[in-house]
Design a protein around this ligand. Structure first.
Ligand code: JAH
Length: 280
């Protein structure tokens, strides 16, 4: 996969040489191109911003450098997907990460200030696929940290990048990007444990030591349900509604359903589970 990044802070992307993603880049599983937007300015001050039409605070990124940068970077191949991080975008999820990991070529455009002139995305859409995405409901000083986040979420899903292919299916959200939801579909994961068996008088849950793999899987799902109920009532509500977390039809089959046992665990955890099918 190729990932191009356009930014006024190329040095922000030094972390892409580190860890899993850095090794994937060394192997050639991911090729990064980091481009300085100011290479496509023509004035002596390398100006990339200007005041907003209509007034208001802050500055807006000028369209001309962006248009020229996108022309030049997108000329390097066929059918890239342009991704623009913005707090006004659609929420970036594990499903996006899986979809992006199947793309041969992503271009990320990092805005700063109050964002990029609105015509840039509109004009780019006339020539390529464009997605405006948000990694969460907070405002950054620019899109760069969001691109690092997305590059990591995408990169670890590439074939050969994650050491253990199974761990993706067991991740929180339980969606590995393949044809099936994992055992934790739509849930966050419960806690994990390693040696020593006793640490500061605290024992590892005995079920994990007894070698009953069915019981371990059930226990892990129970813990995932309890933690999801505690921390992510929005996810539980979605599962209770029997509704996938994305609008596409495929998702219904990919995402998990709640069994009667699951509902009992949620009810026990104090989560309001409606209905006659909950035993008491
Ligand atoms: C801020 C351009 N969803 C997180 C996020 C993504 C991008 C930005 N802020 C937050 C941002 C200023 C300029 C992008």
């Amino acid at each position: 996969m190729r990932i191009d990044i356009i930014t006024i802070f190329p040095e922000y992307f030094a972390p892409l040489n580190v860890s899993l993603i850095g090794k994937a880049a060394q192997r050639g599983d991911i090729t990064f191109g980091v481009h300085d937007l100011r290479d496509w300015t023509h004035d002596v001050h390398h100006t990339v911003d200007d005041s907003p039409f209509g007034g208001g605070p802050g500055m807006v990124m000028k369209p001309e450098p962006w248009g020229d940068a996108l022309d030049a970077v997108s000329a390097g191949g066929t059918d890239p997907l342009l991704v623009i991080p913005t707090p006004a975008g659609v929420p970036f999820t594990q499903r996006h990460a899986a979809r992006y990991a199947a793309e041969p070529w992503l271009i990320f455009a990092c805005g700063r200030y109050e964002g990029i002139d609105g015509r840039v995305a509109d004009e780019a859409r006339s020539r390529m696929r464009v997605e405006e995405v948000s990694i969460g409901d907070y405002v950054l000083a620019g899109g760069e940290p969001a691109v690092l986040v997305m590059a990591e979420a995408v990169g670890r899903l590439l074939p050969g990048v994650l050491g253990n292919a199974e761990s993706a299916a067991n991740d929180s959200f339980g969606f590995d990007g393949g044809s099936s939801g994992g055992p934790m579909a739509g849930l966050v994961e419960g806690p994990a444990y390693t040696r020593p068996r006793v640490w500061r008088d605290r024992e590892v849950p005995p079920v994990l030591l007894a070698g009953d793999h069915g019981a371990i899987a059930r226990w892990r799902r129970d813990m995932a349900l309890r933690r999801t109920a505690q921390n992510r009532p929005d996810l539980v509500a979605r599962l209770l509604a029997g509704r996938p977390n994305q609008a596409d039809e495929e998702a219904a089959d990919l995402l998990g359903r709640l069994s009667d046992h699951d509902r009992e665990v949620l009810s026990q955890a104090g989560f309001p589970v409606s209905g006659e099918d909950v035993a008491h």
